[in-house]
Design a protein around this ligand. Structure first.
Ligand code: SF4
Ligand code: MSK
Length: 640
């Protein structure tokens, strides 16, 4: 197929679909974020610039031309830095608490339940790495010890996180010497909150250093453990076909949307819907079947492991309900609009919350427990089937737009794809465990030769401060044209799906070099690596490339980019990516620009600590130009 023949969905089509849904919603009096955003204008400039402090009840204090300090004497730099660290700590806490849940699920795993070991090789690899004996033992005894070891990483009193040993020696040295090596995960979160308590650290550079450390507790702690344990329990993802966008909802089927982040809940829903019992139930209710669809990062999890189709990303969560065709929306944790309560009241949609961490008014609360999860899931699917008869045809509008995608490229899959081309696969035994590892050398050779210029980890959310999805799409397209491979997670990944960038035919949109690589290996030019918790996979990918290349990670032409980020988790992520040694290009301001010192610290100051920093530009065209220039500058330093 030639470029001119490609007929992928455009951003204008996506916006037209949203426009039509919002118009119908207005007719029904259904509230939307677009309407609420208008009512929030103008947004508070003090908050925007990070110069407002509410840390103690002598405040709130704001820095203005007439007041250069808060009541306690905190200046603008202290105030901006404290709030920045608090956001990073909250993000780290969120990802890591998710991981803790996965550890508890692993601790309860058994051969006769749905929480069983699906990737034994990975379990044994982690066991060997952590010194958990596996020789001659029952696999579940090993799994439970690995889970306990993981749980200990949250609160161990001494030492640093074990996953740090996966990094290059050089990185480990930098982290140690710069004192950003995270100790226990919970300790870094607690210390961050303690440091920012009224009357403690006022020194902005120290607070920025701790932001890196608490970010590291997420990326090389909570997130990394969460990803490993999900793979062990539900299987390490492999490349598979799926589809994405609102058009995956079915007019004549029961639509259930799973939304959030924790795969434990969504996995059970997907497995339940596939049982003969549920299929029979649907038939007896006179419906054609159950159509499970994912939203936000839960979508990434179930798409990569089951091929479940993805209905959309963060700012599309209301759109799914507005179609009037969703019988049930089941959520777990994070990125869930409280607005879904009043919104689902306007439709027949049953809104189910499942976690004590995310209780939302207007929802039906079903507390999910590992022991009863599968039966609870079957009960919910049956309830959704029963609800199909309540669908009001007058309210239904399902946009047609959807695109095919190939998803599921964790490091293991990338290595396999490269092996298939070069036959460099080797099987080694490390500490008693079988380690199958090829090498990133073919990709490195392509970068050295200039066929590929480099790679960008595109991550992050949507944010109504910018045209939703536009920055993701615009930047990815330009990178592809410039022979830069994109690996992506989270809501950025779904933006790519919606416009066909994860379709293998999208190679036609690329420069000659990237097109050649995609054709040879048989991959799309945008590789799907998972949910936002899986950005830890990206750190291991960059580490693997640096190790196989034999250079420090700061030197490889690989960078991170979050053009539409919004959450506190994104602040934690940006910090650990920078601490890992990769520059991060941001399209949304991190709300510290009221402080010149903080602006300097996060863009330049961190370079003296980890060798990387932020590059911030809210214009996507200028941001992508900066990324390309940054990659070319790294190539020049490597003399390639
Ligand atoms: Fe105001 Fe200081 Fe209290 Fe912040 S900590 S609210 S600046 S008095
Ligand atoms: S869901 S954190 S909006 S990526 Fe992970 Fe999307 Fe950002 Fe939530």
């Amino acid at each position: 197929m030639r470029k001119e023949e490609l007929d992928f969905t455009t951003i204008e089509q996506l916006e037209a679909d949203t426009g039509k849904l919002c118009e119908m919603a207005a007719g029904l009096g259904a509230p939307t974020w677009q309407e609420r955003k208008e009512k929030q204008k103008p947004q508070c400039k003090f908050g925007e610039e990070g110069v407002c402090c509410r840390i103690c009840s002598m405040g709130p204090c704001r820095i203005t031309p007439k007041a250069d300090r808060g009541i306690c004497g905190a200046d603008v730099d202290t105030i901006a830095a404290r709030h920045y660290l608090r956001r990073a700590a909250a993000g780290s806490a969120a990802h890591s608490d998710h991981a803790r849940e996965m550890a508890h699920a692993l601790l309860k795993s058994s051969a006769d339940s749905q929480f069983r070991i699906r990737d034994e090789a990975k379990l044994l690899r982690v066991a060997a790495e952590w010194g958990v004996e596996s020789e001659g033992r029952d696999v579940y005894d090993v799994a439970h010890d690995v889970a306990l070891h993981g749980l200990n990483e949250f609160g161990k009193p001494f030492g640093a996180l074990d996953c740090l040993k996966r990094a290059t020696d050089e990185r480990q040295r930098v982290w140690r010497e710069q004192e950003i090596e995270p100790r226990a995960i919970d300790r870094e979160v607690s210390t961050s909150l303690h440091m920012t308590h009224m009357g403690n650290t006022a020194d902005a550079p120290t607070l920025v250093r701790q932001s890196l450390r608490v970010g590291m507790a997420d990326g090389w702690g909570g997130s990394m453990i969460g990803t490993d344990f999900s793979d062990i329990l539900f299987g390490t993802p492999t490349a598979r076909a799926t589809e994405g966008n609102l058009g995956v909802l079915e007019d004549e089927m029961v639509n259930i949307v799973v939304h959030g982040h924790d795969p434990a809940f969504s996995e059970m829903m997907v497995l339940a819907a596939e049982t003969p019992e549920i299929q029979e139930y649907a038939k007896s209710a006179g419906v054609k079947g159950v159509n499970m669809a994912g939203l936000c990062c839960t979508a990434n999890e179930v798409a990569m492991r089951h091929g479940v189709r993805m209905v959309g990303n963060f700012l599309q969560q209301e759109n799914a309900v507005l179609t009037g065709a969703v019988e049930m929306m089941c959520v777990d944790i994070q990125c869930i609009f409280p607005a879904l309560g009043p919104l689902t009241d306007c439709y027949h949609t049953i809104f189910v919350t499942s976690s004590p961490v995310a209780r939302i008014p207007g929802s039906k609360y079903v507390q999910f427990e590992t022991e009863t999860a599968f039966d609870q899931a079957k009960g919910l699917v049956k309830e959704a089937i029963d609800n199909y008869k309540n669908r009001d045809k007058e309210k239904v509008y399902i946009p047609k737009s959807k695109e095919e995608a190939t998803v599921g490229y964790p490091c293991e899959q990338i290595i396999l794809e490269l092996d298939d081309v070069t036959n460099s696969h080797e099987v080694k035994t490390v500490n008693g465990a079988t380690e199958e590892r090829g090498s990133y050398k073919p990709a490195i050779d392509a970068i050295r030769a200039g066929v590929l210029r480099g790679a960008v980890a595109m991550v992050g959310c949507n944010n109504p401060k910018v045209r939703p999805d536009y920055s993701h799409i615009d930047i990815m397209r330009t990178l592809m044209e410039h022979d830069i491979l994109v690996v992506t997670t989270g809501c950025a990944a779904q933006a790519a799906t919606k416009v066909g960038f994860m379709n293998k035919e999208a190679k036609e949109l690329c420069g000659d070099g990237l097109k050649r690589v995609c054709t040879l290996i048989g991959i799309p030019p945008v590789l799907h690596m998972g949910a936002c918790v899986d950005i830890s996979r990206m750190m291991l990918l960059a580490t693997g490339i640096a190790k196989d290349w034999g250079v420090d990670i700061t030197k490889i032409p690989v960078v991170g980019c979050a053009p539409e980020w919004m959450s506190e988790k994104a602040v934690a992520i940006a910090n650990y990516v920078v601490a890992t040694g990769l520059d991060v290009y941001l399209g949304i301001q991190p709300q510290v620009q009221g402080s010149e010192q903080m602006t300097e610290l996060i863009t330049e100051g961190t370079r003296g600590i980890s060798g990387a920093g932020y590059i911030i530009n809210t214009d996507p065209d200028e941001l992508v130009k900066a990324i390309i220039d940054g990659i070319e500058a790294k190539r020049k330093l490597l003399d390639i």
